[in-house]
Design a protein around this ligand. Structure first.
Ligand code: GAP
Length: 469
């Protein structure tokens, strides 16, 4: 195995992530050829795979592993009354302050107290700050040919409301009874004033939300249940537990709909920040929709004959924010034989590519064998075939995009139908029969544990010994 030093990157910077993810096809600035659009980002070939894997893992956790949770995909554009009922028209605001001199705009909580007192702009120093005024974060647009009040609609600022307004439809058709949940993944839009830190806070983003409908007397029990499940999700995703913590909302922080709220926070390069919120929304939303729509949204328990408005425990995760967490958490550097190795230590279950397949050289029939293997393996795994450049460089390229396994076809393959599997974290290589590739990798994905400088390998029982290629 190559010589490794213990030097590891302790803290990745945002600049490093922005440049690596652009260089390796994860995330590009939006409309870049026109100079970009502030805070908008596009997901490239690697980024879209990573985002999909995270989403699939969430969807599986929610709908496949819980027979009382069903899925939904509601429209982004909804009746405008929805947002009056939800309280967003009235309450979904940030207090904003403008500088009349330099025209910069700030959220009130970003201005130091001293500046507030003197009305002094933190940017230009002029004492021309305005008083704070409420600014609604919802984007508006118009439906139909005339841009008048009648056609005014909003882009949804959360996916949750699409679930509430469909709750009766799901109840009537989904063969579910309380307690049950509805899960949804989709885009949400907020006219955020401060959009920095890459994809952390953007105006267009994706959420993975699950609304769990319960009897009001069971809210504490289910709140604890979902708290536990949601923290475990990130650990199963491969995020280091020491980088995760809870933050309970104080009375000043609670959203207008929440009785109790806890955030899962991650230690980003710029500090501890929210990744997901778990909220006890009580019967607030269903009561408000009952009031505004005039439709009865109560629930009749057929056994006890009790009629009540269900409480809702909400788990609300940012999908695009989770992409940032996973990237920041996976980033690692080490010095190998005197050279810096950059490696994204993704959990294999979410890595954009699972197996890199390489012929040692293109000639002498090795490329054909590698192609055939790649074609077989891609039925089950996400594979990437690469025959260009020195083999060491090909490994390094895969390290940088977090590919956990590389299979190399060499001259010995022609003699005894064996290949090497190289493990990303440990850089260990083992020889296995071609028929053993899939079982070995299947097992390694299942048993994966992130250990600095090492990962499960065929040496744990999957291969034919530890011969190095
Ligand atoms: N339905 C409840 C709700 O939307 P939230 O705390 O406002 O709650 C939930 O948002 C999650 O959505 C956050 O924890 C965060 O991960 C993500 N999120 C919110 N605003 C975001 C933004 N502007 N950009 C990226 N992600 C955002």
């Amino acid at each position: 195995m190559p010589e490794k030093s213990d030097v590891r990157a302790e803290a990745v910077t945002m600049d490093t992530l922005v440049s690596l993810t652009k260089r390796r096809g994860f995330i590009f600035p939006s409309s870049e050829i026109y100079g970009g659009l502030a805070s908008a980002w596009d997901y490239g070939p690697m980024g879209v795979e990573l985002k999909k894997r995270i989403q699939e893992f969430w969807w599986r956790e929610m709908t496949q592993l819980n027979d009382n949770i069903v899925g939904l995909d509601a429209a982004i554009m909804m009746h405008p009354r929805v947002w009056e009922a939800s309280g967003h028209v009235e309450n979904f605001t940030d207090p904003l302050i403008d500088c009349k001199n330099c025209k910069h705009r700030f959220r009130a909580d970003q201005i130091p107290e001293e500046n507030m007192k003197t009305h002094k702009c933190p940017d230009c120093g002029a004492t021309q700050l305005t008083e704070a005024r409420k600014f609604n974060l919802m984007f508006t647009t118009h439906m139909g040919p005339v841009e008048d009040e009648g056609g005014l609609i909003y882009l949804r600022p959360e996916t949750a409301q699409g679930i509430y307004v469909n709750y009766k439809n799901v109840l009537q058709t989904g063969r579910v009874r309380i307690p049950f949940g509805i899960a949804q993944v989709g885009k949400a839009f907020r006219n955020e004033i401060t959009t920095k830190n890459f994809i952390f806070r953007t105006c267009e983003f994706e959420q993975m939300e699950m609304q769990f409908f319960i009897h009001p007397s069971e809210d504490a029990k289910w709140f604890e249940h979902w708290k536990g499940k949601r923290m475990q999700y990130y650990i199963d995703l491969g995020v280091r537990p020491e980088k995760l913590r809870w933050h309970q909302h104080g009375p000043d922080e609670l959203a207008h709909y929440a009785k109790v709220a806890f955030d899962i926070q991650y230690e980003f390069p710029f500090g501890w920040k929210e990744l997901e919120g778990i909220h006890n929304r009580t019967d607030y939303d269903l009561k408000r929709h009952t009031e505004y729509s005039g439709k009865d949204l109560s629930y009749l328990d057929e056994q006890s004959h009790e009629r009540f408005i269900p409480y809702i425990i909400e788990t609300s995760a940012g999908l695009t924010r989770t992409v940032l967490v996973v990237l920041a958490d996976a980033y690692d550097e080490e010095v190998v034989e005197g050279e810096k190795r950059v490696v994204l230590r993704f959990h294999p279950r979410i890595a954009p590519t699972t197996i890199g397949v390489f012929p040692l050289v293109k000639k002498d029939g090795l490329a054909e064998i590698a192609h055939t293997l790649s074609d077989e393996l891609c039925e089950e795994f996400r594979t990437f075939y690469d025959e260009s450049g020195a083999i060491g460089r090909r490994y390094r390229r895969q390290d940088e995009v977090g590919t956990p396994f590389c299979v190399t076809v060499d001259y010995q393959t022609k003699e005894d139908k064996t290949v090497t599997i190289r493990f990303r974290d440990s850089m260990e290589q083992v020889r296995v029969k071609t028929a053993e590739i899939a079982p070995t990798i299947r097992r390694a994905v299942k048993e994966y544990k992130r250990v600095p400088g090492g990962s499960p390998s065929a040496a744990d029982g999957g291969g034919n010994g530890g011969t190095q290629a």
